[in-house]
Design a protein around this ligand. Structure first.
Ligand SMILES: Cc1ncc(COP(=O)(O)O)c(C=O)c1O
Length: 427
């Protein structure tokens, strides 16, 4: 916080006075830990490169004059076409690359553009807890009022491993959250951090409510190529639902390139046109050579067997990593999609009088556990109460989120270190 500055140099309220975020707490703890180097299973970035055919496309794009200059604000024609072609089969009709697809600077900026396009100050936006943290600031920057609906963890989550499907939405709570000023609902499937893939029935109920109340659906499907059970896209359930739905995608997640910052939105022309307008005002256009490389990614993924490979590989990592919880007897939510696993740590007894620093001691139990894990076993993970409002944080304070999108040998090192938790586990 900028203290001691002249009043006119004070930062705007939207960025000032925010409490220390989870990423800096975890990074700071990792830097201070005696166990170096820390095995970082916290943030969801990949520990390996995109496949060679996509890397080669990025390198050759750099040699082309047009690929080093501004792209059209709505995205490069080749990428929009490649996305329209890739998604048309799911939609069951031909998507129009000119009016129904727009390219953004990562999914995150795409969602900011969607909020900026449709939210007026005071409009309500419904989101589920736990949420992807960027939703909050993105909605607030547009002046929106957030209405939270918690997902409920499995009742026996502290004693039994069960499917991530067991995290449920209470539809009465959801319907109560929708008011005449609700403008949008944000959905995330496959879900970060829970690993739930919303079932067709759940999506139909959410979609029906949105049609009834005329609410725009922003469906964050950035993990749409990583599912281990049948995956439904809400936009494809009915023409009425499709008319209200903007679907969000991310090349970062699809092609193991989170630093490339290429994302897109697919939806009906009457929604996409305004999102594109907001995007143009926010960042004009997105990075050109990497859009070109992503176009090649979509054009060749199927013939390279990449989509099947990505599922097989990530599922393999998930199974490999979760063996350690089975060994330790710690239950987890078995993910239906994505690359995060939520582990229930209730059986871990933290030593009394452990010297947590005040900014950790004042947070829920999962923050203490994150600190403890980093300092005692040298593994970084994310405390999920960061993704809740305070009144609902208790729902997740026994959980810990681990990202498995890492090299197999990193997963094995993490497992070896996590075995050190055995002495702290009490049945
Ligand atoms: C649920 C969810 N949505 C969106 C994003 C952001 O995607 P991008 O990196 O393309 O902005 C993430 C990244 O972690 C995510 O987990």
């Amino acid at each position: 916080m900028a203290t001691g500055l002249p009043a006119k140099l004070k930062p705007a309220a939207r960025v000032a006075g925010q409490r220390q975020d989870v990423w800096s707490i975890v990074n700071e703890a990792a830097a201070a830990s005696p166990k170096q180097p820390i095995v970082n299973m916290g943030q969801g970035f990949f520990g390996y490169n995109p496949p060679p055919f996509i890397i080669a496309a990025a390198k050759s794009a750099l040699d082309r004059v047009d690929c080093n200059q501004y792209s059209p604000t709505k995205g490069r024609p080749r990428l929009k076409k490649a996305i329209a072609d890739a998604y048309s089969p799911f939609w069951g009709r031909k998507l129009d690359p000119e009016t129904e697809v727009t390219i953004t600077t990562g999914a995150n900026e795409g969602m900011l553009s969607a909020f900026m396009a449709f939210i007026e100050p005071g409009d309500e936006v419904v989101i589920f807890e736990p949420f992807f943290d960027q939703y909050i600031s993105n909605i607030e920057m547009a002046g929106g009022k957030i209405v939270y609906v918690p997902m409920h963890p499995p009742q026996d989550g502290a004693t039994k491993t069960s499917s991530a499907a067991e995290w449920t939405v209470d539809f009465n709570e959801l319907e109560k959250a929708i008011t005449p000023t609700t403008k949008m609902i944000v959905l995330n499937t496959p879900h970060n951090p829970v690993g739930k893939v919303y079932s067709k029935e759940e999506l139909q109920r959410i979609g029906d409510l949105c049609v009834k109340h005329e609410v725009i659906i922003l469906s964050d499907e950035v993990y749409d190529r990583l599912y281990y059970v049948p995956f439904t896209r809400i936009a494809t359930l009915s023409p009425e639902i499709e008319q209200l739905t903007i679907t969000v995608g991310s090349a970062g997640k699809n092609f193991y390139a989170t630093g490339w910052r290429v994302g897109w939105l697919v939806g009906p022309a009457h929604l996409i046109q305004y999102v594109s307008a907001a995007h143009t005002r926010i960042c004009y256009s997105s990075v050109s050579p990497l859009q070109e490389a992503c176009a090649v990614g979509f054009e060749q993924a199927e013939s390279e067997g990449f989509w099947d490979e990505t599922v097989k590989e990530m599922k393999g990592k998930m199974t490999r990593f979760n063996e350690v919880w089975d060994e330790l007897g710690l239950p987890y939510s078995d993910p239906e999609g994505g690359y995060f696993v939520m582990v229930n740590t209730k059986k871990i007894k933290l030593p009394e009088n452990y010297p947590f620093p005040p900014h950790v001691a004042s947070r829920p139990r999962d923050f203490k556990l994150a600190w403890f894990l980093i300092h005692e076993v040298g593994v970084a993970a994310i405390p999920p109460t960061e993704f809740y409002t305070e009144p609902n944080a208790w729902l997740a304070e026994d959980y810990m989120r681990f990202a498995v999108c890492k090299e197999d040998e990193v997963l094995e090192t993490a497992k070896e270190r996590l075995r050190g938790l055995k002495k702290y586990i009490q049945e």
